[in-house]
Design a protein around this ligand. Structure first.
Ligand code: SF4
Ligand code: SF4
Length: 204
């Protein structure tokens, strides 16, 4: 049980690092080529099943840099309590990128949803939607380990915003409007406790 963090929303502890971590103003795969997708991703078993149920359609949106053989898309499932079903499935890497990343740096799952007039994140795994946010051991925090590997969005010169400001839509998606309102209040409260030089004022 995590006790380090004071705020809980929707059963998740909130790491204030999400408010202070510097980040780019917005993702732009024309600049970064979707670099965060080069390593594949772990997704929940239910997300895996949803993707596989649409495999024939997904293949139509793939290009010649991707494998169109669904049996090559995923690793063996493994137990992982960070995922709602308790089982995680990793996407495979093909041509040095996630099997679902096309040669232009777009996620085929999102591309397909948009092309079909669906909600853009209908098929996209939660981890991918949230990055650089992550839920780890019940804490909503920043995946700083993966972020530090990036060549564009991890560079100070490009970090003119924060993860919180850049990822408000993702946070609304995760927490719902009510949960996000609660987070926004916590955000304001949190900065009410910060001195002008950025150091935290400890409660007396
Ligand atoms: S998180 Fe970084 S690497 Fe991934 S799409 Fe956004 S800017 Fe690009
Ligand atoms: S599933 Fe899509 S968003 Fe997630 S890592 Fe693969 S290409 Fe990137």
């Amino acid at each position: 049980m995590q006790t380090k963090f004071e705020k809980i929303i929707n059963g998740m502890y909130i790491d204030p690092l999400i408010f202070t971590q510097k980040f780019v103003k917005g993702c732009d795969v024309c600049i970064c080529s979707g670099e965060c997708c080069y390593y594949g991703v772990y997704i929940d078993k239910q997300e895996y099943e949803k993707i596989m149920s649409e495999k024939d359609k997904i293949i139509k949106y793939m290009d010649d840099s991707q494998t169109k053989s669904p049996e090559n898309w995923f690793e063996e499932p493994q137990a992982d309590n960070d995922f709602p079903s308790g089982i995680a499935v990793g996407t495979e890497v093909h041509n040095e990128k996630c099997v679902f990343l096309d040669k232009q740096g777009f996620c085929t799952l999102q591309k397909m949803a948009l092309a079909e007039g669906e909600f853009k994140w209908k098929y996209k795994p939660l981890y991918c939607i949230l990055f650089p946010l992550v839920i780890s051991e019940g804490v909503l925090t920043v995946d700083d380990e993966h972020l530090n590997d990036m060549h564009y969005c991890s560079k100070l010169v490009n970090q003119i915003s924060t993860v919180y400001d850049c990822c408000k839509n993702e946070l609304k998606f995760l927490l719902g409007e009510k949960g996000f309102e609660e987070l926004d209040i916590y955000h304001k409260e949190y900065f009410g406790k910060i001195d002008i030089d950025g150091s935290k004022i400890e409660a007396a």
